[in-house]
Design a binder for this molecule. Sequence first.
Ligand SMILES: NC(=O)c1ccc[n+]([C@@H]2O[C@H](COP(=O)([O-])OP(=O)(O)OC[C@H]3O[C@@H](n4cnc5c(N)ncnc54)[C@H](OP(=O)(O)O)[C@@H]3O)[C@@H](O)[C@H]2O)c1
Length: 262
Amino acid sequence: MFSLQNQTAFISGASRGLGEQFALTLAKAGADLILTSRDVYALTKIKKQVEDLGRRCETIALDVRSHESIVAAVAEAKKRVEKIDILVNNAGCNVRKPALDVTWDDWNLVLDTNLRGTFFLAQEIARHFMIPAGYGRIINIGSVTSVSGYAGLGPYGASRGGTKQLTMSLADDWGKHGITVNCLAPGWFKTAQNAVMYEDAEWVEYLSDRIPLKRPGNVTGGDLDGPLLFLATEESRYMTGQIMLIDGGISTGSTRATPNKK
Ligand SMILES: NC(=O)c1ccc[n+]([C@@H]2O[C@H](COP(=O)([O-])OP(=O)(O)OC[C@H]3O[C@@H](n4cnc5c(N)ncnc54)[C@H](OP(=O)(O)O)[C@@H]3O)[C@@H](O)[C@H]2O)c1
């Protein structure tokens, strides 16, 4: 169970953070990888780590905000590998601002990257690899904001709510082709995207108190590895269109309903 021998996975945004960890997890399970980033040189370290695990690792430049770049990256992948079994649609960004300060360009940056990019990358890989093969595992990275609202995260929450909705529609579209589409939705994990927030000990304490498991997620500690592998392998064969929240329980809406901590 949970083997990815003879499987090839394509990961967007693999240069750091969650994407880097997803690459290691899939490689350890036996998958060969195509890793992407806007800057192909930013993939040098992770490429070596994957190859040291004995897996093949191709690196390709990809900017998911550009349709031309998506088409070119998938065409390049077609030249280098015979199949793509798994897509981890991970590239994403965030702009944290009070709603009144969000600009038109902020909105476009977040929605174009997180939602439009997710859709068109899935479309291109489904068209050229998964539909002809009659098999695919698409894992769209959502977020706890796919299901919960947070002040200061308007565009981001809209993009991740959209990711969840898109997952359901694509699952219905492509189920007949043997493709499952699910949304892996992490809670609060410290990465480059949000590192500055974790420097504020008071905020970390506040956040941890709202999480039933009483701590933020740990990217390299394995909190997402098992859920990712489940969605990437045959073990999830009868699951599609679903969101899997890995968030320590914060999406329960955990707010103390009694005045004291005890
Ligand atoms: N960290 C969390 O707590 C958390 C929680 C829930 C969901 N997520 C989601 O998980 C994903 C990874 O987050 P992270 O925290 O690991 O963020 P991160 O450290 O900022 O990494 C983001 C990745 O996305 C890539 N990327 C950004 N814009 C891109 C673009 N236009 N085209 C292609 N690639 C692009 C970056 O690559 P380059 O800059 O090298 O191009 C980088 O590899 C994101 O989609 C995020 O929304 C994160």
